[in-house]
Design a protein around this ligand. Structure first.
Ligand code: RUQ
Ligand code: CUA
Length: 677
């Protein structure tokens, strides 16, 4: 009996053990499965990639730029919801400057000082924020020339131009009849135009109407903004009024397709609600091919209709160091049906996002977000189909071509959720996949996938210097990621977004570097540093300063009262302000500090601010004049000081303003180096 008892005891133990083991196996399977799921969704812990934490020594060398050495490339990375544009060096990933564009920036006084406030004027008033997505550098003959970089403001539609001699925003043009200015700001091969397409279709002109009447009544506008070849001055030349789709992204034709522009569309269903379902009904949306040369000719011969509208054009003048706003009242609109042969629709599966053109101009890639395959259209086949009038129908009078007639090839099942494609100089294309979180390299022409590398995590755009041109510099690709999770030290719930640098000079891509970005990096533009560096300005010539409140020597500094408005004509030089003692200011005055930096040496800015100023400091470059407004609220003697550590005697760079009661009759006086009596 005892024996039997023992036997059963053993059996039970065994069974329990087996169950335990099975449980463990089950647990392990679960763990493995969830790890796999987590990995494929790529939002998991960076710890899965410990290998890349131990990069080989030669990888570190590839991104190491020794102290005092310069990077080989500039990269201009959009700031997304920061509204700004940041300037990085490649391969180091070092951040050099955040250029304020659509958002106020207290660091540089942009949008706070009197000179740059007009840059943010719109038909909706002063709008000190935007969502900046797609920078593009100017081109000559299809090659990047490094003169200007353009970037779009999505939310309150605007296009900005940044001068790459000063790295300052010098022009912003509002885009009327547009909403969610997303298929922007891409330039044609000679920067003839910077192009801006609407994401959201709207009533054109805007009016009060029921949203349910969207279909057929809302329209999308594609704007062609001409760029003066000498000065870069922008002018809204014409707007093409298109069917009420969403125009997502765009790229110019080049080489053989010069004169054309391609726009991806989604929501060809023309839904106005629950787009995640309703705009995914059609198996194919379109890439719109626009022959802008033809429309330009039509417009130059008096074609198009002038439509009353209202939009701001803000220009910063480098000689006056001031921006001015002009409200424009008219725009030239063109209905595509007026210009036969100018616009065609290329069926493209399925809700395409990116619309990318290879360096030869032959291939147009539609990155169908919801499509299993990547569709590539042929420009030559498109022309043939047009020539032979092989149309599959039309949308609001715009001919639709047959999918098969324009198809160049298909990259079969390269990944999940394709967003954007760039090209190198060796006939390869690189596509980002948001869902499967990777960059996939494939061969243009054979459509075979040749390499893939994971991104950490959920990559959006990618950038090869010169990628949007006939001449890419295919040494590096930068992937810009939406999610970083634990790639960096944690910073509370909000963590940085990130860029990753890959070496693409060999057959296989190699991850070299992670670096954090400002705001959300969407697109970027890059080029060899040599195209920009030699032309970078060092100072502003004081003699050429035409600011109405500039003073060019200390003898001319003064304080002028006009009612309750006081203008201080001030100068700064190492290491004092002139004047530095001011009396006779009263509570309730509006005091304008117009400060000219007399320095004529490279890298000697001065700053200034005063207690209670509710704008920002000024940061004034050599030879420049800037102005801030101070409205003293309290009686007292209030100090101001230089905010930029400019010399060994920087801490001595200070002054006082005496503020008396509103009713006082303290005389207006100013001085430097003497006691006021
Ligand atoms: S869009 S990924 Cu403007 Cu693709 Cu950001
Ligand atoms: Cu000037 Cu510090």
């Amino acid at each position: 009996m005892l024996w039997i008892k023992y036997y059963y005891h053993q059996r039970i133990n065994q069974t329990l053990k087996t169950i335990k083991t099975m449980k463990n196996i089950f647990k392990l399977t679960l763990v493995l499965l969830s790890a796999l799921v987590a990995f494929t969704s790529c939002n998991n812990s960076g710890q899965t990639d410990k290998k890349s934490g131990a990069l080989a020594g030669n990888v570190a060398e590839k991104v190491y730029v020794a102290p005092g050495e310069h990077d080989e490339f500039y990269a201009f990375i959009s700031g997304g919801f920061s509204g700004q544009l940041s300037v990085y060096g490649l391969p180091s990933g070092r951040l050099f400057k955040v250029i304020p564009v659509f958002s106020q920036d207290a660091e540089k006084a942009y949008g706070y000082n009197e000179e740059t406030k007009p840059m943010l004027n719109t038909s909706h008033g002063f709008v000190p924020w935007d969502d900046a997505h797609h920078p593009d550098i100017s081109q000559t003959n299809g090659v990047i020339d490094g003169r200007w970089v353009f970037i779009n403001g999505n939310n309150t539609p605007r296009i900005a131009k940044i001068d790459l001699t000063t790295f300052e925003t010098t022009e912003i043009i509002e885009v009327p009849n547009s909403a969610g200015n997303h298929s922007s700001s891409f330039v044609t091969e000679n920067t003839e135009y910077v192009v801006a397409g609407t994401r959201f279709s709207v009533p054109i002109p805007q009016k009060d109407m029921p949203i349910k009447d969207y279909k057929g009544n809302f329209k999308g506008s594609l704007s062609f903004i001409s760029v003066d070849p000498e000065h870069g001055h922008m002018d809204l030349k014409f707007q093409l009024i298109m069917p009420g789709f969403d125009y997502d992204l765009a790229h110019p034709g080049r080489g053989k397709s010069h004169g054309w522009f391609f726009f991806s569309t989604y929501n060809s269903e023309e839904a106005s609600t629950l787009l995640e379902v309703n705009a995914s009904q059609n198996d194919k949306d379109f890439i719109a091919a626009v022959n802008w040369k033809k429309i330009e000719e039509y417009v130059n011969n008096g074609g198009g209709t002038k439509m009353p509208t209202n939009y701001a054009h803000n220009v910063y003048d480098e000689s006056t160091h001031m921006a001015t706003t002009t409200m424009k009242k008219e725009v030239l609109v063109v209905d595509p049906s007026e210009v036969p042969g100018a616009v065609y629709l290329l069926p493209t599966p399925k809700s395409p996002h990116g619309c990318d053109v290879d360096p030869t101009g032959e291939y147009i890639v539609g990155n169908g977000k919801l499509s299993a395959n990547l569709t590539v259209h042929s420009f030559t086949k498109m022309l043939d189909a047009i020539e032979n009038k092989k149309f599959a129908g039309d949308a609001y009078g715009i001919p639709i071509l047959n999918f098969e007639d324009v198809l160049a090839g298909v990259v079969e099942q390269p990944g999940l959720g394709p967003l954007h494609t760039e090209f190198d100089d060796k006939g390869n294309a690189y596509t980002t996949f948001f869902i499967s979180s990777e960059v996939v390299k494939w061969k243009v022409g054979t459509w075979e996938v040749v390499d893939r590398q994971p991104c950490y995590y959920s990559v959006g755009h990618l950038m090869i210097p010169g990628g949007n041109s006939q001449k890419p510099w295919g040494k590096y690709v930068v992937a810009m990621n939406k999610i970083t999770k634990d790639r960096y030290l944690p910073t509370g719930p909000e963590v940085t977004q990130s860029a990753q640098l890959y070496d693409i000079s060999g057959d296989k891509m190699e991850l070299l570097l992670d670096f954090p970005t400002i705001g959300e990096p969407h697109y970027a533009a890059g080029c060899p540093a040599d195209l920009i560096k030699p032309r970078s300005k060092k100072i502003f010539n004081l003699e050429d300063n035409k600011h109405p409140y500039a003073v060019k020597n200390e003898a001319d500094t003064k304080v002028v009262r006009e009612g309750n408005v006081v203008h201080i004509y001030m100068t700064t030089i190492r290491s004092h302000f002139a004047p530095d003692n001011i009396e006779g200011i009263k509570v309730g005055d509006k005091v304008y500090f117009h400060v000219t930096n007399l320095e004529q040496d490279y890298d000697v800015p001065h700053g200034i601010s005063i207690i209670g100023a509710n704008t920002s400091e000024l940061l004034i470059m050599p030879g420049q004049t800037e102005t801030f407004l101070w409205e003293p609220k309290q009686v007292g003697v209030w100090p101001f000081y230089c905010t930029d550590f400019c010399s060994a005697l920087h801490q001595e760079m200070q002054g006082y303003v005496r503020v008396s009661p509103a009713s006082s009759n303290v005389e207006l006086k100013w001085s430097l180096g003497e006691d006021i009596e």
